[in-house]
Design a binder for this molecule. Structure first.
Ligand SMILES: [Fe+2]
Length: 485
């Protein structure tokens, strides 16, 4: 049944205003509006840059976080223009070439949908040649650095043959970038003051460096979860196959019985043994529940100041997971247990970063707004890498990567929209994340998150008052089920 068919309840519906934006619907918007590089219009600079005395850089990368990291780093040296696609890059390059202030530097991501970095490189070098031949003048030198998450020798050679000057693997650290620019003979102007200066405190820079080298310690997926995944991948998995795996872990077995009896999976009679619990839950929900219980271990630290943050973080993630499951059931999505697990895992990037920072620096202050901002900037990429390594389905990885967008492109998976709505609902009923999340107000709400809600309600065919009526049920389920995990 459509959620629209439900009779309005006594609670007053909260209507959320449509965002006032001229952006096309598929443009993702970051929380730091004034720093947001998600569109090709993104520019940073000062009067000094406008006068043409500092470096002018074009960043081309389809991956928003990488684009933002590079844009912020290069903004220290002058004007930055960035875009996520090759066609726009060519147009921006042409326009600048015809102006008094062409680009000095271009960073070009190799793998992009549509026109890839190599095609853009070939075209830009040929445009330069044509201009030189036509005007019989030497064009202003343009340095081109290719970027990629993975470089192999043959690709590097191909790019060099096509005319690039250098290459860098991502994510890029400030120290490595500066070294690279110097080695290319680029004169680095004095650092430009543009209000928001260093958004990557030293310690986060170090983590990017380590991540880049592959030396960061990513937690491993608990063995029991891997074994459960193996069961699910069997041709005809049975309850007995699942029981055999889970019963090896008495703690998780006990928790599973509690979970099966919690309001989240309520049944008429209490179950008292593991087999009955798995029968009630089903194989998918058993996987989700065991993964959630195992993931909870990640939200623990011996570091006193981190302990509190991680605890709040777990509470928030668990609330999002429960709200996600309830919303999925409300709109009759067949995989509400998968949605539950997505709620538990979508923000693990934050957890991973916080723990890495605590490992690296005993004195790191988790109250430092600069540090929090820097963590926020890159946690989506970290989270996506973790889930990819754990071989989670692509929707989980995608959600981790884009969960801070407040507008979604047509065709975005329904589960991703449900989690966004679940995040909003969880905050509205008091499970926000005010102690850590820099976007969250003292009331636990998140104005940026709310901007996208009308679009999501429309896409999911849910009335705002239906969501309002879910508040009480969601709160009761979260409160009564939390102890089971
Ligand atoms: Fe997040």
């Amino acid at each position: 049944m459509s959620a629209k068919g439900i009779t309005p309840g006594p609670l007053k519906p909260k209507r959320i205003k449509k965002p006032k934006t001229s952006r096309p619907i598929w443009t993702p918007v970051c929380f730091y509006d004034k720093l947001c590089p998600f569109s090709s219009e993104y520019r940073k600079g000062s009067k000094e840059q406008e006068s043409g005395t500092s470096m002018k850089t074009l960043i081309v990368d389809d991956e928003p976080i990488s684009r933002k990291i590079l844009s912020d780093l290069m903004a220290d040296f002058g004007e930055v223009v960035s875009t996520g696609d090759g066609q726009t890059a060519i147009q921006l390059f042409r326009d600048a070439m015809a102006s008094p202030h062409p680009f000095d530097l271009l960073t070009l991501d190799i793998s992009m949908p549509g026109m890839d970095g190599r095609q853009v490189l070939r075209l830009i070098r040929s445009l330069q040649k044509a201009q030189m031949a036509q005007a019989q003048v030497k064009t202003r030198p343009l340095k081109i650095i290719m970027t990629s998450a993975r470089m192999n020798k043959s690709v590097v050679q191909e790019c060099i043959d096509l005319g690039c000057d250098d290459y860098m693997t991502k994510p890029v650290s400030p120290a490595r970038l500066q070294k690279k620019l110097k080695s290319l003979g680029l004169r680095l102007p004095g650092r430009v003051k543009h209000g928001e200066t260093q958004i990557h405190p030293k310690v986060v820079g170090k983590i990017i460096e380590k991540f880049n080298k592959g030396s960061i310690r990513l937690p491993v997926l608990p063995e029991i979860v891997t074994q459960i995944q193996d069961v699910l991948n069997m041709e005809n998995p049975s309850i007995d196959d699942m029981v055999k795996v889970v019963e090896k872990d008495p703690v998780i077995s006990g928790k599973l019985v509690k979970i099966a009896n919690s309001p989240l999976y309520r049944g008429r009679e209490a179950v008292t043994d593991l087999r009955a619990a798995i029968v009630r839950l089903g194989l998918e929900a058993t996987h989700a529940a065991v993964s959630a219980v195992s993931s909870k271990l990640l939200f623990h630290s011996d570091n006193a100041s981190l302990k509190k943050i991680l605890k709040e973080h777990w509470t928030h993630s668990f609330a999002v997971a429960c709200c996600g499951k309830l919303i999925a059931e409300k709109i009759s999505l067949p995989n509400s247990d998968t949605v539950f697990l997505m709620g538990i895992t979508y923000d693990l990037g934050n957890v991973l970063l916080l723990k890495s920072i605590a490992d690296l620096s005993q004195t790191a202050s988790f109250d430092d707004p600069k540090l929090l901002k820097a963590i926020h900037e890159i946690h989506t990429t970290f989270g996506a890498s973790l889930l990819k390594r754990w071989k989670f389905p692509s929707t989980f990885v995608r959600l981790a990567q884009i969960h801070h967008w407040n507008e979604y492109p047509p065709g975005t998976q329904t589960e991703i929209l449900v989690i966004h709505l679940a995040d909003f609902l969880a905050r509205r009923i008091g499970y926000g994340f005010p102690g850590f999340d820099i976007n969250t107000t003292d009331e636990g709400t998140d104005p940026a998150l709310e901007q996208g809600i009308d679009q999501i309600l429309d896409l999911l065919d849910i009335e705002a008052d239906t969501l309002t009526r879910m508040e009480e049920e969601a709160k009761a389920v979260i409160d009564a089920s939390g102890n089971a995990f």
